[in-house]
Write a new protein. Structure first.
Length: 440
């Protein structure tokens, strides 16, 4: 049997829908948190009140052979190690391997040693050190971004693309304050800002072999035309034809393979998903960051294009036999996911619990995933956070994908609802393979 463990994010919801269709009753979702659509399913198990060791014992007793964990918060705990100790094969990094996302300075050092192109950066431990460095280097058109070294759950991505020295200095204070509030070591990574086209590159890895997933564009800004503040991801668009062949070659040779080789050499190999944040520059792709789980909403769009068995991909990756799998993608299609967002988001992170009309019917289509939705005492579905729900649509063109997403969103209604209406905006021509091209 297979299982998913998590809080019920949109990323986990799409995995549950897909594996549920393939596995039937041989699937469980162990839910810590809330996702009403998953909770109503007979295969859902509520473990919200249980300790990690008790959850691992339950998973083992239930006969789960392979467990999938993509939950950001759980990957910062001992949950995966505890399940592994019970004999369950887990598609997720150990707590040790998860440090490559949890500590940006560690990853920066490793990729630099591996010769991976990445912007110059510094690790600093105080506000004075950070501001002195910024003031000394902010010249001749150079700009710098400020990142919390540690991954913290309540970090709000503020001025991640600062235009002025003052904005970067404010980021120093805000990020350090957030880290102190989260009770983690207050340290920062200062990195030179590079301007280009940012994209998310995903692979599934078994510690030795890897499979590159299709290209996907993540829309972080809240407003059309990439305007307004950053969100945790307002929309995404993926293309089943794959990357432009030359770009794919560069990604593999310059970033993916040297990074994975270095991680394995330094004892950070694991079985699971690897997300590379990449900036496309004139002289080729450069590395920005790494995550040890797939993006959200990027994975919603990517999974919609998988034309072969998701179950086989999960099982073989968890077992270390990914070389036996050939992933097939819908080469004639695009897939998009667009979040309906709550009033005031992202400035307001805790919106009013207003009722959501039309969502019950939308869920029946099997093409809508929930992120921040709760069920009121009377059974009404209500807003429970900034990113509420997203239709996931597959279409033969970008235009038709955008139209289908907007049509699906028009059936969902709640006070203050807003969303990106420009799916497909700003796609770099190097990202998607030209029409008719095939994967290598």
């Amino acid at each position: 049997m297979l299982a998913i463990l998590g809080h019920g994010s949109a990323r986990e919801h799409i995995c549950f829908l897909r594996l549920g269709a393939e596995c039937g009753d041989d699937l469980r979702f162990y839910q810590i948190g809330q996702n009403p659509a998953i909770a109503r399913d007979r295969r859902s198990v509520d473990v919200t009140a249980e300790r990690h060791g008790d959850i691992a014992d339950r998973i083992h007793r239930d006969g789960i052979e392979v467990l999938m964990v993509t939950d950001t918060l759980l990957l910062q705990t001992d949950m995966v190690d505890t399940c592994n100790s019970r004999g369950v094969r887990v598609l997720a990094p150990s707590r040790h391997a998860a440090r490559i996302e949890d500590r940006k300075s560690l990853t920066k050092r490793l990729v630099s040693q591996a010769g991976v192109p990445t912007p110059e950066g510094w690790h600093v431990a105080s506000a004075k050190e950070a501001k002195d460095l910024l003031r000394a280097n902010w010249q001749d058109g150079k700009r710098y971004v400020v990142k919390a070294d540690a991954l913290i759950a309540d970090a709000v991505h503020r001025a991640m693309v600062p235009e002025t020295l003052g904005e970067s200095e404010r980021d120093v204070d805000e990020e350090l304050d957030a880290m102190i509030a989260a009770h983690v070591e207050p340290a920062l990574v200062i990195e030179r800002r590079v301007d280009g086209f940012e994209t998310s590159v995903h692979v599934v890895w078994d510690g030795e072999s890897y499979i590159l997933l299709p290209p996907v564009r993540d829309y972080k800004r809240v407003g059309d035309g990439d305007t307004g503040q950053n969100t945790y991801g307002a929309a995404s668009l993926a293309c089943g034809r794959g990357f432009d062949p030359e770009l794919e070659r560069q990604l593999r040779e310059r970033i993916i393979e040297p990074t994975l080789t270095k991680l394995a050499q330094e004892d950070y190999a694991y079985r699971g998903f690897v997300y590379f944040g990449v900036m496309l520059l004139e002289d080729g792709p450069t590395f920005l960051e790494i995550n040890v789980r797939p993006g959200n909403p990027e994975f919603d769009a990517l999974l919609g294009l998988l034309d072969s068995s998701f179950r086989d991909l999960v099982v073989h990756a968890a077992e270390g036999s990914l070389h036996k799998v050939r992933a097939e993608w819908r080469e004639d299609s695009y897939c998009g996911a667009v979040f309906a967002m709550a009033a005031g988001y992202p400035e307001v992170m805790d919106p009013d619990a207003v009722p959501i009309a039309g969502l019950e019917d939308a869920l029946l289509t099997g093409q809508v995933v929930l992120e921040d939705v709760a069920e009121a005492r009377d059974g009404t579905l209500v807003v429970a956070g900034g990113r509420v729900a997203a239709p996931v649509v597959v279409a033969p063109s970008i235009d038709t994908a955008r139209q289908a997403a907007l049509e699906a969103l028009s059936r969902i209604r709640f006070e203050g609802m807003h969303f990106r209406s420009d799916l497909g905006y700003g796609i770099d021509p190097r990202l998607f393979a030209a029409g008719g091209d095939k994967r290598r």
